[in-house]
Each structure stands twice: as structure tokens, then as C-alpha cells.
Design a protein around this ligand. Structure first.
Ligand SMILES: [Zn+2]
Length: 485
């Protein structure tokens, strides 16, 4: 399979460490707020990648972390609002403990993933009754459950001379990694000096780009709520260390793919790569793969701070979560998506049209259309060319092949698309049979007459009346099919 490797700056053929098997780490959710659509885009992208790898015949070993420990700002060790921890702050706001905040928002992540038909990192469907209590059985790793492993990784870096200690923290010394800025190509002294000059929090910090591995419960963090004992005193881990510790704990010292958003490149992933080299003596990750942003009309990244919509807000506006999935899966992960209600309406209509076409194929499954299966695989293989795959599906549905074979083939493709097409068809098995509702029967008969006399306006009006009774009618080559709405 070919993917865009950020380090190679080009599309490369993925050559896994173990033939036929892909190990993958996804930077996962931070759980002190409900995911926004920008977050969701990443998870839909990596869900599609996982499914595509399975479709192409790979074994997939995947984990996704859950950042459930405080101190988790993305760019600065001491946070935008200096000294406050977002998890602590949210706990205070909601009047509960940080761990309860984490548990609460893990459950909302699971709700959103389920609604979006996202599979668990272990490749299984997310069961309806899965909550925060058992996420580790499904391939998620919670930072709070890997504190010991994080301490071990920091100790390894310390032994190898990559760290230094101040009164406030243990830092990683980035000057010890000559190609620390390999992702961005910046020179070290150029790195965000401006942003740091006015911070000046820890006078003992040596270089602006050095980052915290372990924060001590002192000074501004004296009242920090979640703390653990460590060789450097009571405190809590820096944000970046969790990914190095959990990735290597589960996938080993060399694994294939590490994903994240493009916003992770300059800091989080640069730091993670440096930690890996510091602790293990070699880069751990073979391919860093990044998804582009979801942007608004002004081309600004949609994120929590911009107050973007969550999935429940979108559903309240009358959309199906799978409309969002369709929108995100139809665009390559490397392309910015400009989010708007018009774009979402477009996805909704396309998904509806696809469902209708699938329903028209009937219920009988035939055999796979190999020519299309091969072309579909080519699209997946080609850096996840999903727009190509969707165009291929339309071509296949329009082709002269039998409905039975088309149905078998598109349901097979849905292993990657995750649009619940199978369910759409079985819903139709609740087909309405004549004789149960007189009013409906009369409307249906009138509609057949209207259609045979080519009075389509009347047929459409009758369709609306039928819908008002709670039924939907679909025209197929075998006549109209009616089912409960
Ligand atoms: Zn990460």
C-alpha cells in the first residue's frame, strides 16, 4: 500500500517490519471535552486506513491512546494560560474529580465512534455496552494506566544523557538530537523563540525547544490534582512521553505507522521522535502519516477553541452521523476539507442516493465482480484514493452486471466504507405487505396508476402523502417497494 510519509515528503510504498502485518499507533483523543468535527475527521481517516489495510489482506495491530492525565496543552509545556491544567480546570467547572471528567468524556468518544461506525483499534465493532471501564480490552491505552512505563522510558533517556533536571521538571535536551527538526527543516534556534520569549517560566530551562518529560508538583503545579510518585519526586508526566511509552510498550521498539493531525508535526511528533531516539537509540516509527485539517470558510482550522460543532449538535440539525462519515471519507486524508453546511448537505444527498441505488438492487446476493474488486483495491492502495473508489462504485452500479452481483460487490466494499449498507437493505426487509392499512393501499394503487399514465407530479404528491403515514416508497425495476420509514 502507498501512503504519504511526512518524513520522506512523498508517497511511498509501505514496507512493514513484518511482512503482511502492519503495526499502527494513532494519536488519540484528549478527554476533557466532547470531540469536535476536526477531531472526528482524523478518526474517520484512520478508521478507513485500518479497514483498507484489512481489505488488502494485511493483519493489523493497532492502538490508540487516550490522554486522560492533565497537563496536555499541545504547544507549550506551561499552557496558554500559564499554570492551569485543562483537565483540572474542567473538573473544577463540573465539580467532579479529573478522573471522572476523563471517564465521562471517554464514554462520549465511544458514543461518537459508534454512531460514525468507527471500529475499535483492535478491529472489532464497538459493542453498545462498552464504556470507559473496558476500553483497554479494545485496543485503547489510557495514559493513567501507563505511568510506570512512562517513568521507565524517562529513566532510559536519563541514563543515556538526554535529559536534565531543574527544580520544576525533568526536561528533554533537544540539542542532543542533531536532526530534532527533521520534520520542519527549521534550525533549532529559530524554533518558536518569539512564542517562548515572554513565557520565561523556568529560569533553569536551557533551550526554548526543550520540553517537559516529568513535571514536579511544585510551584505553579503545587495544587495539581493527579500526581504519581517518581524518582524525581511526586508529579505528573509531560504530554509527549505517553505516546512514546504506550507505543513501544504495545507495538515494540520498531513499529510501522504512527498517525496524527498535521498540527502534531512541529511539536508533539518532533518531541516523540526525539524521545524515542533518546530512549531506544534509534527511531521507533517507520512511517509518520498525517491528516490535513478541517477548515471553515475563512480557511481557519476548526478546533475546540474556535467553538466548532460536535456530533450531537450536527445530529440535532437533522443529519445522520453517517453523513459526516461520508463527507470525511470522500476526501483524501491529505486534502483540507472546507467544512460548511452546504458541504454536509452534499454528503447527505450523495449518501442517500447511494442507499437508494443499493436498495434498488433487491435482496439477493450474487458473486463478487472481480474486475471492480481489483480496481477498488488499486484505489485503496493508491494513498487511499477514496474519491476514486466512490467514482468506481457509481460506475459499477451503472454497469450491465446483474443486480445480485452488484449487491454482493458493494456490500463487500462497505467493509471499507463503513456506511452500514447491509443494514439499509435489511431495513427494507420490513417491507410493507398489502392489506394491512387500507388508506396506504389506496394511496399506493393511485400512485401506480399515476405513474403508468406518466403523471409524475401526482405520483410525487402521493409519495409525500405516503411518507406522512410513516412509510417510504422506492421505485425499482420490479415496481414500487414500500417499507416503514
Ligand atoms: Zn501522541
Amino acid at each position: 500500500m502507498k501512503l504519504y510519509s511526512t518524513l520522506d515528503k512523498k508517497i511511498v510504498e509501505i514496507q512493514p517490519n513484518k511482512e503482511g502485518e502492519i503495526s499502527m499507533y494513532n494519536c488519540g483523543p484528549t478527554v476533557y471535552y466532547r470531540m469536535h468535527l476536526g477531531n472526528i475527521r482524523a478518526y474517520v481517516n484512520w478508521d478507513i486506513l485500518h479497514r483498507a489495510l484489512l481489505y488488502l489482506g494485511y493483519q493489523v495491530k493497532r492502538v490508540m491512546n487516550i490522554t486522560d492525565v492533565g497537563h496536555m496543552t499541545s504547544t507549550d509545556d506551561f499552557g496558554d494560560d500559564f499554570g492551569t491544567d485543562k483537565m483540572d480546570k474542567q473538573a473544577e467547572k463540573e465539580g467532579i474529580q479529573p478522573i471522572d471528567i476523563a471517564n465521562k468524556y471517554i464514554d462520549t468518544v465511544l458514543d461518537d465512534f459508534r454512531a460514525l461506525d468507527i471500529i475499535a483499534p483492535n478491529g472489532k465493532e464497538i459493542p453498545n455496552d462498552l464504556t470507559h471501564e473496558k476500553v483497554s480490552e479494545f485496543g485503547w491505552t489510557r495514559a493513567t494506566e501507563y505511568i510506570n512505563q512512562m517513568i521507565e522510558v524517562v529513566k532510559r533517556m536519563e541514563e543515556r544523557g538526554f535529559t536534565y533536571e531543574t527544580k520544576q521538571a525533568i526536561y528533554f535536551d533537544v540539542t542532543k538530537i542533531p536532526d530534532y527538526n527533521i520534520f520542519t527543516g527549521q534550525k533549532l534556534d529559530e524554533k518558536k523563540v518569539g512564542a517562548r520569549e515572554d513565557v520565561g517560566i523556568d529560569p533553569e530551562k536551557r533551550n526554548p525547544a526543550d520540553f517537559v518529560l516529568w513535571m514536579k508538583k511544585v510551584g505553579k503545579y503545587d495544587n495539581h490534582l493527579m500526581n504519581w510518585p517518581s524518582p524525581w519526586g511526586e508529579g505528573f508526566p509531560g504530554w509527549h512521553i505517553e505516546c512514546s511509552a504506550m507505543g513501544t510498550s504495545i507495538l515494540g521498539e520498531r513499529f510501522d505507522i504512527h498517525t496524527g493531525g498535521v498540527d502534531h508535526i512541529p511539536v508533539h511528533h518532533s518531541n516523540e521522535r526525539a524521545q524515542n531516539i533518546g530512549a531506544f537509540g534509534h527511531p521507533v516509527v517507520k512511517y509518520w502519516i498525517h491528516n490535513e485539517w478541517l477548515v471553515n470558510k475563512e480557511d481557519e482550522k476548526i478546533s475546540k477553541s474556535k467553538g466548532a460543532d460536535s456530533l450531537p449538535e450536527i445530529v440535532k440539525l437533522g443529519y445522520d452521523p453517517l453523513d459526516i462519515r461520508y463527507l470525511f471519507l470522500s476526501v483524501n486524508y491529505r486534502t483540507k476539507i472546507s467544512f460548511s453546511m452546504e458541504a454536509l448537505d452534499g454528503a447527505k444527498n450523495s449518501r442517500k442516493a447511494l442507499l437508494n441505488k443499493v436498495r434498488e438492487l433487491g435482496q439477493e446476493k450474487g458473486k463478487l465482480l472481480e474486475k471492480y474488486v481489483e480496481a477498488f483495491k488499486d484505489d485503496l492502495d493508491n494513498n487511499l484514493n477514496m474519491s476514486g473508489a466512490l467514482a468506481l462504485i457509481n460506475e459499477m452500479l451503472k454497469s450491465e452486471n446483474s443486480s445480485e452481483d452488484k449487491l454482493a460487490t458493494i456490500l463487500d466494499f462497505d467493509r471499507v466504507l463503513g456506511l452500514n449498507l447491509n443494514q439499509a437493505i435489511s431495513e427494507d426487509s420490513q417491507e410493507y405487505k398489502e392489506g394491512q392499512n387500507e388508506e396506504l393501499d389506496s394511496l399506493l394503487r393511485q400512485r401506480i396508476e399515476a405513474k403508468s399514465s406518466k403523471d409524475y407530479l401526482k405520483a410525487d404528491a402521493l409519495r409525500k402523502e405516503i411518507e406522512e403515514l410513516g412509510f417510504k416508497v422506492i421505485d425499482t425495476s420490479q415496481g414500487q417497494i414500500v417499507s416503514k420509514n
